[in-house]
Design a protein. Structure first.
Length: 278
């Protein structure tokens, strides 16, 4: 294995029924170390080793990240947090909670790049370690890390990995492990009634009031992964839901319904463009 990076740390708290709350990003990945621990025993008989047992007990997990969002303080560490006010209250009786976490690790083997999705279904982290120092002549970044234990879930699984050709495929698999997938939009394209080279789109169902539309014209109509960022910074174009769009007949147009804050895709659909000819 030749890993060449680490990205997309996400987590979700575990519900009482064993399913997961909606996943959220845990900053940006800096480092991840997973050390497996085993219980071992041997039985000697007739002047030799007759039996040997080595069984998984747990794994030490240490994640270095760019930041730990305030919104993560309660579901991971049990601390009372107010996101809007930016306050966190640390109480001695706060109880850390089991969460699931996942990352993507790009890998190169024989000059072929793939993306390895890593999913830990049951982890309990301790509070982040912090350190500060005054600024001198140069700037030194200080970033948090959290350490905890991964254990097996009720099915006996403590880690799952899968390898994909693209990061998007890896993220789709990860969100599927959390029980989430991109919702479906029905997109229809029809000729503009007035302007040459434009198409009129119809999208159902209507978007949520707090969400927005973005679109992208592509060759293959590939849909974004759940929670993938779809906004101007990632090559998507904002759309008000009614305006006609300039596009070439035969191309694929993908429409994503995204959260207004963050631009995370929740639903998506595609259609073959039909534009008004001259």
């Amino acid at each position: 294995m030749a890993y060449i990076g680490l990205r997309k740390p996400i987590f979700a708290s575990t519900k009482d029924d064993g399913t997961y709350e909606e996943p959220m990003a845990l900053g940006k990945a800096i480092s991840l170390e997973i050390t497996t621990n085993f219980a071992e025993a041997s039985l000697n008989a007739d002047d030799g080793q007759a039996e040997y047992v080595k069984e998984f007990t747990n794994a030490d997990v240490t994640l270095g990240t760019s930041t730990i969002p305030i919104a993560a303080m309660k579901p991971i560490f049990g601390h009372a947090a107010e996101v809007a006010g930016g306050t966190v209250i640390y109480n001695k009786d706060d109880q850390n909670r089991n969460v699931a976490m996942a990352v993507v690790a790009p890998e190169i083997i024989d000059d072929v790049r793939t993306f390895v999705a890593i999913f830990l279904p049951k982890v309990k982290f301790g509070d982040p370690s912090d350190s500060w120092e005054t600024k001198g002549d140069s700037i030194t970044f200080k970033t948090p890390s959290i350490a905890g234990k991964a254990s097996a879930n009720d099915a006996g699984v403590w880690k799952e990995t899968a390898t994909f050709k693209t990061e998007q495929e890896a993220m789709t698999w990860i969100y599927g492990k959390f029980g989430y997938s991109i919702g479906t939009l029905q997109v229809q394209s029809a000729e503009s009634e007035t302007e040459v080279g434009k198409t009129k789109l119809t999208v159902t169902p209507e978007k949520g009031q707090s969400n927005s539309y973005f679109y992208k014209i592509t060759e293959d109509g590939t849909l974004p992964a759940y929670n993938e960022v779809c906004n101007a910074s990632t090559g998507w174009t904002s759309w008000d839901g009614t305006s006609e769009i300039t596009a070439e007949t035969g191309k694929k147009i993908v429409v994503a319904e995204v959260t207004t804050e963050g631009g995370n895709a929740k639903k998506a659909g595609s259609a073959t463009v039909t534009a008004k000819a001259e």
